[in-house]
Write a protein that binds this ligand. Sequence first.
Ligand SMILES: Nc1nc2c(ncn2[C@@H]2O[C@H](COP(=O)(O)OP(=O)(O)O)[C@@H](O)[C@H]2O)c(=O)[nH]1
Ligand SMILES: [Mg+2]
Length: 448
Amino acid sequence: MRDPIVAVATPFGESAIGLVRLSGRGVLEIAKKFFKTRSEIKPRHAHYGTLVDEKGEPIDEGVIVYYKAPRSYTGEDMVEISLHGNPLILKRAVDLFISAGCRLAEPGEFTKRAFLNGKMDLTQAEAVAELISAKTDLARRVALRQLRGDLSRHIKPLRDSLLELCAYIEADIEFSEEDIPSLTKDQVINMVSRVISDIDRLLKTAKTGKFIREGVKLAIVGRPNVGKSSLFNALLREDRAIVTDIEGTTRDYIEETVNLRGIPISLVDTAGIRETKDPVEIIGVRRTLQKIEEADVILFVVDGSRPLTEEDMRIYDQVKDRNLIVVINKIDLGTVIPLEIFDGHSIIKVSALKDQGIQDLEEEILKKAGVLVEEGLNIYVSVRHEGLLRRAKEVLERFLERYKEEDVSPEIAMLDIREAADYLGEIVGEITTEDILGSIFSRFCIGK
Ligand SMILES: Nc1nc2c(ncn2[C@@H]2O[C@H](COP(=O)(O)OP(=O)(O)O)[C@@H](O)[C@H]2O)c(=O)[nH]1
Ligand SMILES: [Mg+2]
């Protein structure tokens, strides 16, 4: 068992209950020094008791639960003490346990230990953080499925079949003289091709997986007064941005997130990108340009009830090569502008004021972003998984290409297939390094 660690597992601030968590060698003894119960503490039982300081003075009352290894979250001996959620009390408790031999846990250290002790694999450990930070119900569902091992159940068989292939090839090398049935060239090609097509199926979920986790970035641009802020509010279904008929009202961008069918969409209402001498507005314009740069989808808004202006066209020129939706606003006033100018782009007509066409626009946003939420599909790979899947696929494709054409020596074939298997192993954490673990767990909060 590893050295004892301690942390507060609940958020900082006043709350009904705050939880202090300990894990590692001797934590029950450490806890008992400062948490006094009447009866003896039994594993998996809740015991009422008193937290006391070095002099035996009571600090708070609470409940302790002891989880004996290996039947705990981390797989080690663990103690969880629920106290009143006062930051002073919780800090005091942590300090006392530190004085008794604990060390303050690093971010994600409990979950890291759960991984190191084989309680969960790496995709499941990642899912813990995702479950905590999920911003939509879909994101929560996807995280929970990953936590339950759905992604691993797809990755592991792929890795296993590559390892099996390696074993065959290895047997061929070692017993080449003997009469052991070995794989035909076609069989090898089939096995590898099947793995590649399974990898492809997973890769197809990557884009949506990224959007489910990180959201789609959407920037609303257009000259002043076309109705950007009104559209922003209509998509948000509330009045967040100030709407006026005075030009340049929105001097800086405003950002809010809406949930479109489970995908968090972060909407940015931009300041009009116009030339100006006003120093405040200059900063707004600069920051706006940055937001436009980062956007996955851009809504270019024009006022359909008036002829297009030079300024409209100047802004259009700046964004026309991007992933763009042209929004013709104010259709309640009729449209006078020729739409051919925007040929090649999706065009959606709306009235932000009268709430017309907003649903069509929402559909188009998801389509433009490339979101593919399939009914019944329960895994969406993350950016980290995607990178490793791509590398595995590249290696296998390179191998197949050569293997089909020439006599690849079994030693070389082994190397390639082994490399691909290792990339898949890195996804689930069968293959790992301190660096990989560090970059994953440092993103966790303390106490998790
Ligand atoms: N008739 C009509 N007026 C609109 C519509 N959308 C916005 N407006 C009006 O246009 C003016 C400018 O709107 P605003 O959202 O502030 O434009 P922004 O400068 O592009 O952010 C306001 O008076 C709005 O009420 C619409 O769909 N129809
Ligand atoms: Mg505005």
